[in-house]
Design a protein around this ligand. Structure first.
Ligand code: GLA
Ligand code: CA
Length: 695
């Protein structure tokens, strides 16, 4: 019997059992089972980092003929040379899977999200699916690094075209691309960068999209100053903290147009922070961007249309201004519809990430005449159950909520919960086959930093879990099947947990439903709070949740991207443990050890040491159940066959989403394969705030 097995003395422990806590309810642990082999993974061609792009002047530049004819010749637009930087970003032909491209066509995206507005810097979502990524350019770029040899990885230059470290490693001088312009023709300068730093990152009332751009994400005590219009200088407490170059990529350092935003910011106007955040609603067309396309049309619940940015600052080696694609669509639908449309050919791209759609999509793509290509990548999509660890007020819980927080912070409670989850059943409920793997939480098994031997797994043990709850004083005093709080805590009522879920994903809802069922068997009542993605984010950021089901983010899939989010190293870096306004973080000892390892990882230059620090981190994380892992599986990129320059083996998620990793500004469609999808042929974005495109 399981019960007896747990009572064994530690002397009887066999090899492979890595830990046994010193109390009666100790759970046996081991390493997670080997994930099922998954042969369909696409192969990546690895390249040197400097083979992708460079900044240099070319002898001549060109653009689509209609731009010159209809706009430049009509004096509606300055000549191309005047619109481009002195030295534009040049994509090297050798790194282009299909070589130099031709102009034309549209990429048709489908998304399940909805836009809140265009104030990205103030945290407004544009509806996801890579729309914000298409608009926002960042100091550095990391998504394409999936194809760079691991020993060679450092973020790619982008708005910051180059940088040097001081001798002592405490100062980093960054040179911004010189002579680049926003899509409305206004110059991009160090003032845009400083506005972002001072009035978004350093202003506690402004949280840029993605939620990771808090000051400590760039290191405690870090400062930034303007040297001249195209130079900024960072000062760090640590020497050579190269890790922060990753924080300067999406989503944490993508400045907005200061010339529009600054006059609306509370520091420079009579506006409230809410008014600032909402100053550029979705109806506001032609928001200036540094990205390759500009929004020119918005029809609620229908579509967002983007047209090429005539000031885009990237070119190919022939001097052709990018992007090759004239238009981009974002159909406002559902995430499940994105998969359907991509395989059917009425949409162009999808990250196949909801296992419920795997089988049907694979069948459709197997047909040689299928319009889209489908390729699986590494097992990098994972889900965790996050428990809110704040016991000092993040999200202002009521008495019940506070009692749940105390339980969440109790390691015996977390062990009971994790042991009551049958992960095989969880995976099988999403999809049958070799896709899903048992995931105990922590670093994703698909990252290079993953070490199975350092991963602690609590196998399914429902009886053990029940006994653990009993030992915690949680028993069903009123015989309704759910355990109650002890007398004197939260009125002795049933232990009822509210689980926050994003209702836009079938996978997330099935995982939540699965948890409701499995927790009921344990005697814990779980109530699902399913919200749309914008409301879910707002609820999460303000700490109003007991538990939440969360899809993993890049810190777990890459480790080097958003590293500070691996632990509560600051008041706002963790996803499940943040400090309430004006208060300290009530860090638990194991979290402090995780935070220390993460800080050392960030400060270390030594690859062997970094690998070792992550092993220690993984051990503490999984042993102490910082989060409760649910399942892990590979995702597949579905992309229409007419597109050229899609890098083979692009993972749907690693340093960033595939929409960024495929480098959309470099994609093209051969002339004889171009679809008639452009809604605004031969038109360009108009002035900020004006309606639509102009011709
Ligand atoms: C959503 C989708 C992902 C990806 C991202 C990009 O989260 O689910 O597949 O497209 O948007 O931001
Ligand atoms: Ca009860």
């Amino acid at each position: 019997m399981r019960h007896q097995r747990r009572m064994r003395s530690s002397a009887a422990l066999t090899v492979g059992i890595s830990m046994l806590a010193m109390n009666a309810n100790a759970f046996e642990t081991g390493t997670p089972p080997e994930p099922p082999p998954f042969p369909a993974e696409a192969k990546i061609t690895y390249v040197a980092r400097d083979s992708i792009l460079e900044f240099k002047a070319l002898p001549a530049y060109s653009e689509p003929d209609w731009v010159t004819e209809k706009f430049v010749k009509a004096s509606k637009l300055p000549p191309l040379e005047e619109r481009l930087p002195e030295e534009p970003l040049v994509y090297k032909t050798g790194n282009m899977p299909d070589g130099l491209g031709v102009y034309g066509d549209t990429m048709r995206h489908v998304v399940g999200g909805r836009p809140e507005g265009w104030n990205y810097m103030a945290g407004q979502s544009q509806g996801w699916g890579g729309l914000d990524i298409a608009l926002s350019e960042c100091l550095t770029r990391t998504a394409p690094l999936f194809q760079v040899n691991a020993q060679d990885t450092e973020p790619l230059p982008n708005l910051a075209r180059s940088w040097e470290w001081s001798k002592d490693g405490h100062k980093l001088t960054m040179h911004l691309v010189k002579g680049a312009n926003w899509s409305d023709g206004q110059p991009f300068t160090a003032d845009d960068v400083m506005f972002y730093w001072e009035d978004a990152v350093l202003d506690p009332n402004v949280s840029p999209l993605g939620g990771g751009a808090s000051p400590e994400a760039f290191g405690e005590g870090t400062t930034l100053k303007k040297v001249d219009d195209h130079t900024v200088e960072w000062t760090f407490k640590d020497a050579f903290p190269k890790q922060y170059l990753y924080t300067m990529a999406y989503p944490n350092f993508c400045p907005g147009p200061a010339h529009l935003l600054k006059p609306k910011h509370p520091k420079y106007s009579g506006n409230t922070y809410d008014q600032f955040r909402n100053a550029f609603p979705p109806e506001f067309m032609n928001m200036p961007v540094m990205g390759a396309w500009v929004p020119v049309e918005y029809r609620p619940d229908d579509i967002i249309v983007l047209r090429r940015n005539p000031y885009y600052w990237k070119v190919d080696e022939k001097g052709q201004q990018l992007p090759y694609l004239n238009e981009v669509h974002y159909k406002l639908s559902t995430w499940a519809d994105r998969d359907l449309q991509a395989v059917a050919g009425s949409g162009d791209i999808s990250n196949l990430e909801q296992p419920e759609n795997f089988v049907a999509s694979l069948k459709r793509a197997a047909d040689p005449n299928a319009p889209a290509r489908l390729a699986f990548g590494p097992r990098l999509i994972g889900y965790n159950l996050l428990m809110n660890f704040s016991a000092n007020g993040w999200g202002s819980p009521d008495e019940r909520g506070q009692a749940i927080r105390e339980l969440n912070r109790n390691p015996e409670f977390r062990k009971a919960i994790t042991s009551a989850i049958d992960r095989k059943a969880v995976g099988d409920s999403l999809v049958k086959g070799p896709f899903t793997a048992i995931y105990p939480g922590g670093l994703s098994s698909g990252t290079s930093f993953y070490d199975r031997a350092s991963t602690v797994y609590y196998p399914y043990d429902l009886e053990g879990a029940k006994a653990a709850l009993k030992a915690l004083g949680l028993t069903d005093t009123d015989n309704d099947g759910f355990v109650n709080f002890p007398k004197g805590t939260a009125g002795g009522k049933n232990v009822e947990v509210v689980l926050l879920v994003n209702n836009g994903y079938a996978t997330e809802k099935s995982l939540a439903e699965g948890l409701v069922g499995q927790m009921a068997k344990l005697g814990i009542r779980v109530v699902v709070n399913a919200l749309d993605s914008n409301q879910r984010d707002a609820t999460h950021y303000s700490g109003r949740f007991d538990w939440a089901v969360f899809r993993n983010r890049t810190e777990l899939s890459s480790v080097v991207q958003n590293t500070e989010q691996l632990a509560p190293i600051g008041p706002r870096t963790s996803w499940n443990h943040r400090a309430p306004e004006g208060k300290e973080l009530d860090t638990m000892p194991f979290e402090a050890r995780m935070a220390d390892l993460v800080r050392r990882f960030i400060a270390s230059q030594d690859n062997a040491e970094r690998a070792d620090l992550m092993k220690q981190y993984q051990k503490i994380y999984t042993e102490n159940l910082y989060t409760i892992g649910l399942t892990e599986y590979p995702g597949a990129l579905i992309i229409n066959k007419r597109f050229s320059n899609v890098p083979p083996g692009t993972p749907i998620y690693m340093f960033n989403w595939a929409e960024d990793a495929i480098i959309r500004e470099r994609l093209w469609v051969a002339s004889d394969r171009q679809g008639r999808y452009e809604l605004y042929p031969e038109q360009l974005p108009g002035k900020p705030g004006d309606d639509g495109a102009i011709n």
